[in-house]
Design a protein around this ligand. Structure first.
Ligand code: URA
Length: 253
């Protein structure tokens, strides 16, 4: 059966969208996905399968002027990857649809899957404190993840899951139009910046993310385990505050 021009055009838009998200290859076929090794956190920037061998995935091209509600509607009861069949809740994102600052993490954990909201567990509570220390209320910023559904047992996201899901995150960022983005942890930073550089080398300076300054920093879950590294995150957040012209909040009492 022939493929019509409209299908080809929407597939092309989809591939462009993926490329912009930082995904520059896609899995060869659904049947081989299970055999793919879990990418180590340092290796999320994809390697070698040419885009011409794309499986037919549902096009998800961004429309100019679309809103977060449009994107959420487009996701629907998403089962574009296997995670959709295992989740309790799809975790879209929370916060101000006109936020000046967007935080992007990896994927929902157990608490987030149960509640349907990103960063509500222990790491999330620490993130909320960091946000408040920056002089923002949690609902003044926007918080989301690269993946919208929880990988079982909090395993690393599989490449095909990133391919399906990451374009929605880019659309969210575009719909919001923030002045800055913070990528939380290795996975988010490497995926957004399409690099394999370690987070320790990426953090501490701004990178360009589709024309938006992006600051990579350590994931709050890492800070829960290594609280002595909070100083570095605070140094990163001070740079973000300076960029936003935000004064250091004064202590109450
Ligand atoms: N870790 C993440 O990366 N995202 C969440 O929403 C929760 C924990």
């Amino acid at each position: 059966m022939g493929v019509d021009g409209e299908t080809i055009a929407s597939l092309r838009r989809y591939l462009e969208e993926l490329k912009e998200t930082g995904v520059d290859e896609i899995p060869r076929a659904a049947a081989s996905r299970e055999e793919q090794p879990v990418p180590p956190p340092e290796a999320v920037a994809p390697a070698s399968v040419p885009a011409s061998s794309a499986p037919v995935a549902e096009p998800q091209a961004a429309t100019a002027g679309e809103t977060l509600d449009d994107i959420r509607r487009d996701l629907g009861e998403c089962v574009r990857c296997q995670l959709g069949k295992q989740r309790t809740n799809l975790v879209f994102g929370v916060g101000n649809p006109r936020a000046r600052l967007v935080f992007i993490g990896e994927a929902p954990g157990r608490d987030e899957d149960l509640k349907g909201e990103p960063f509500v567990g222990e790491a999330g509570q620490l993130l909320t404190k960091i946000i408040q220390a920056m002089g923002f209320a949690r609902d003044e910023v926007y918080i989301c993840n690269v993946l919208k559904c929880r990988p079982p047992g909090n395993r690393n996201p599989h490449h095909d899951e990133i391919v399906q899901c990451a374009p929605f995150m880019l659309r969210q960022v575009r719909a919001i139009g923030p002045e800055a983005v913070v990528a939380l942890g290795t996975f988010a930073a490497q995926t957004l910046l399409a690099t394999k550089e370690p987070i320790s080398a990426l953090r501490g300076r701004f990178h360009d993310y589709h024309g938006i300054p992006l600051m990579p920093t350590f994931h709050p879950a890492f800070l829960v385990r290594y609280p002595e590294r909070k100083r570095e995150v605070w140094d990163d957040m001070k740079q973000v505050m300076a960029l936003l012209g935000k004064k250091m909040p004064t202590k109450k009492g």
